[in-house]
Design a protein around this ligand. Structure first.
Ligand code: NDP
Ligand code: MG
Length: 411
């Protein structure tokens, strides 16, 4: 306890702007902020909140954390925010970006926890304002690592990963002084709900089956990505950008218990792993208190009950997404943008029950085969590639739907 008090005094009580506050990560962030305040006496001032469409939850959060400026990405003008008159609210597609432009100050901590590449403009605006970034929103790096990483270096900000695997690698790399000392990064994967399913059954899995993740409780998009192993594919590209690693130095291994969050092999054969319970409040609190550690609000591991930790090779035939991601890194340019946009569009169509599960990966592969990557110089290059890929997938889905309708009529 004595040590905890002295460490508490060292932690920077950041001003925080939370993008994606109503989601799975967002609500865990707010729990961690409450825990730091109540159990450690560290007050992180939340100066901005952004959400997509859940107006009631956002309003309630703004009241609970005394936040004066909020943003709602929804374009539905029937949405009603229940907030005090003194609270400024931005509504619409650019709302999160406007929030950053209005409240962000150099040194603020912006937590990027929205889903999808919709988070990108706000993250870039926050970097330009010299805010530090705690990043959960992996799609931002997958789509635009070629812009985000140089901007972060140029602004000399701290970019901390929240994604558990990347937080693990980040922590392991603190021990390896030079990147030449690293032989490879190994990202662990739970294997998702279909780890043991035969290929044919995986292809026709239902939405409910794909949403039933064995170890993690997360938002719907990342849960589907975990079932298709697209999440691991996105994480490989995320690791490539965060740790400046080539494709041949990043590997994936299936670890069904989700206790070892990832590991780093060093050139001398030594391996550093980071472990913990499968609870995102671990990496979130670490990002909030970095470089210090305080008692967290998740349960600690019970070694007496941990009878085994298993590791298996990934079956690339049943789950080809990881291989596609490695090829994207090698191809460079807008490949990651195309990959991410195709996947986002296909996942939305699957959740809407327009396509079967197996089509997600097929559509991503078809998009990568059909649209050649181009060099990335600026944000418009990313936006253009993103739009082209989304249009391609949408077109493929509607073509498939009309040919299915035609055969139903003729049969
Ligand atoms: P959720 O679907 O639970 O939450 C997404 C959040 O983004 C919600 O608050 C949503 O608001 C908000 N949002 C959507 N569109 C906009 C927009 N245009 N402007 C502002 N906010 C928006 O997702 P998760 O929390 O699970 O995931 C968030 C990110 O973190 C993803 O990139 C995911 O890959 C990553 N991640 C998640 C992990 C997890 O355990 N959940 C683990 C590691 C990474 P609303 O609900 O109001 O529409
Ligand atoms: Mg992860």
């Amino acid at each position: 306890m004595t040590q905890d008090h002295s460490t508490s005094a060292k932690v920077t009580p950041h001003r925080v702007i939370l993008l994606g506050s109503t989601g799975s990560i967002g609500t865990n962030v707010l729990q961690c902020i409450e825990h730091l305040r109540d159990d450690h006496g560290i007050t992180m001032e939340v100066v901005g909140l952004a959400a997509g469409s859940r107006a009631a939850e956002l309003s309630q959060q703004a009241r609970a954390f005394n936040v004066n400026t909020i943003a709602l990405g929804s374009t539905d003008n029937r949405i009603d925010l229940d907030i005090p008159q003194t609270t400024t609210a931005f509504v619409g597609i650019d709302a999160a970006h406007q929030l950053i432009d209005t409240v962000a100050q150099p040194g603020d901590l912006v937590i990027a926890a929205m889903v999808g590449s919709a988070g990108l403009p706000a993250v870039i605006a926050a970097i330009d304002r010299k805010c530090d970034i705690a990043l959960a929103n992996k799609e931002t790096l997958v789509a635009a690592g070629a812009i985000v990483m140089p901007a972060a270096r140029h602004a000399n900000i701290t970019l901390l990963p929240i994604d558990s695997e990347h937080s693990a690698i980040f922590q392991c790399l603190l021990a390896g002084r030079c990147i030449d000392e690293v032989r490879r990064l190994v990202i662990t994967a739970s294997g998702g709900p279909f780890r043991t399913w035969p290929a044919q059954r995986v292809r026709s899995a239902t939405v409910a089956e794909a949403l039933n993740h064995p170890t993690w409780n997360m938002g719907p998009k990342i849960t589907i990505d975990s079932a298709s192993l697209m999440n691991k594919a996105l994480e490989i590209i995320e690791a490539h950008w965060l740790f400046d690693m080539p494709a041949d130095k990043i590997d994936v291994i299936v670890h069904p218990q989700s206790i070892v969050h990832s590991f780093v092999e060093f050139v001398d054969g030594s391996v550093m792993a980071q472990m913990g319970p499968p609870d995102m409040r671990g990496p979130i609190q670490y990002a909030l208190t970095y470089p210090h550690r305080l008692k967290g609000c998740s349960q600690t591991l019970n070694w007496g009950q941990l009878s085994e930790l298993n590791f298996e090779q990934l079956d690339h035939d049943r789950f080809p997404a990881v291989q596609l991601a490695l090829e994207c890194i090698k191809a460079g340019g807008t490949s990651g943008t195309i990959f991410n946009a195709a996947n986002e569009t296909a996942v939305a169509a699957f959740l809407d029950e327009q396509i079967r599960f197996g089509r997600i990966t097929e559509l991503v592969e078809a998009t990568l085969d059909s649209i050649a990557p181009t060099p990335v110089q600026s944000l418009p290059d990313i936006m253009a590639a993103d739009e082209t890929a989304r249009e391609f997938v949408t077109h493929q889905i509607s073509r498939q739907q009309s040919s299915a309708a035609t055969s139903a009529v003729t049969s």
